[in-house]
Design a protein around this ligand. Sequence first.
Ligand code: FMN
Length: 388
Amino acid sequence: MTPGSASPLPSDQADLPDIVDRKAEHIRINLDEDVAAKGVTTGFERYRFVHRALPEIDLESVSLETSFLGRRLDAPLLFSCMTGGTPRARQINRTLAAAAQRHRVAMGLGSCRVLLEHPEVLATFAVRDLCPNVPLLANLGAVQLNMGVGPAACRRIVDLLEADALVLHLNPLQEALQPEGDTRFAGLLGRIEALCASLEVPVVVKEVGWGIAPDLVAALFDAGVAAVDIAGAGGTSWSEVERHRIADPVRARVAAAFADWGLPTADTIRLAREVAPRGTLIASGGIRSGVDVAMAIALGADLAASAGSMLRAADEGEETLDAAVDEITDTLRIAMFCAGARDVGGLFRDASLVERRGGVAGPGAVLTGAPLARRPVPRQADVTGGTP
Ligand SMILES: Cc1cc2nc3c(=O)[nH]c(=O)nc-3n(C[C@H](O)[C@H](O)[C@H](O)COP(=O)(O)O)c2cc1C
């Protein structure tokens, strides 16, 4: 069953711009084609938790609770920013939002740029009625800040959607591969900094699956960004998605050359945490299971986000999506129990990881006591300072 609508859908989408067609194609391609990264993996397979045969915790006392943007979450999960603008996108957003409320996890919306020129598509994004208590994230390409979109327009998007934060996505490779892409990325860091200073809600910055290197993570926090989603490689590859949209065989080969591009999620989150010991970090890019979530947090993330796998579940409907989220949280809870972590913070603080060498867990590689697994600096769980 699809959750009901807060406001009517636009009756005629014929006048809507190419961006709407593109969003429709992106959903179709992600659901129907092989868009996985090739030749690069998340890197999670290179780690193994040190199993605690005597965890000295009761399974039922393991807590998955955390907070983000001043709101309590029942699990450290985010439905990553995906879609909006079309009737199918509306249905997916509403299915995801209702599930986000039921499971008390955070909810991201896809690029809201179309809303600025076509406010009639608001109903395809507006989900606050379905998820009143969870962090809701609006989304915009950072490059739009170089294309005339300023703080007032960002504010309008946030207000229209009653969002808790604005997420800016960095996607230079995707834009470069799109025939209609916006590739004027010069001077963007300064514009992000100016936006952080003038917007009333926190600004989050994410990639879309190629990772954010540690020097940029540090620069973004210096610029005033509230959280960074490193969105590493190993999951959905947006060069592969764009390849499926390209008719010209030469340009399609150009896109194919990037199937293994990017910084693996596991390494990227680990390096980001080293340079930003207190910043709120989100791990995404190929996160599929509760063990992936546990590992991402043990490597340094505060939250984990998934896009492609949640899209496929949401497209099948509410029951499939509920089952997918339950599977992740059940697995995460058991992983925490067997890794000796009684709460989310304990995954980083108390659990230890072994780095596998050549695919096998080598005895000399236990990382106990190393900065990776145990860090003395207490982190601020929620940069926005809200109480759960
Ligand atoms: C259908 C679809 C549409 C997406 N659209 C957006 C978008 O509008 N804005 C954005 O920041 N990221 C977008 N993404 C990227 C995801 O948020 C995420 O960064 C990326 O897919 C990697 O995560 P995954 O491996 O779990 O899919 C989209 C992903 C999917 C699957």
